[in-house]
Write a new protein. Structure first.
Length: 101
């Protein structure tokens, strides 16, 4: 599901089962990210799928990338793998106005 920044963040903050997932490259992640986000690079192909498969499918995943395209793709892959609740951040980290580290 695609959510705008305010809705995405407020829903995450209220979600005791929420997990932040950054699907950008490690370099992008190291240049700045949302605090407590897990980084799994979608460009790693099969490696991305292996890492995603290790995650708890009962959690709710709040997924972001730089602009919203890779995270949208990641949400689709995750749904095919059996994840029921994935939320894509529209506009991505490049438009992010919330906390960063």
């Amino acid at each position: 599901m695609n959510l705008g920044q305010k809705e995405w963040w407020s829903q995450f903050l209220a979600d005791e089962n929420g997990v932040l997932l950054d699907v950008r490259t490690e370099d992008e992640y190291n240049d700045g990210s949302i605090p407590n986000a897990i980084n799994i690079d979608i460009y790693k192909g099969q490696g991305f799928i292996y890492k995603i498969e290790e995650l708890d499918k009962s959690k709710n995943y709040y997924v972001y990338c730089a602009a919203g395209a890779r995270s949208s793709q990641a949400c689709g892959v995750m749904q095919q793998l059996g994840f029921e609740n994935t939320y894509n951040l529209l506009g991505g980290f490049s438009n992010w106005e919330g906390p960063t580290k």
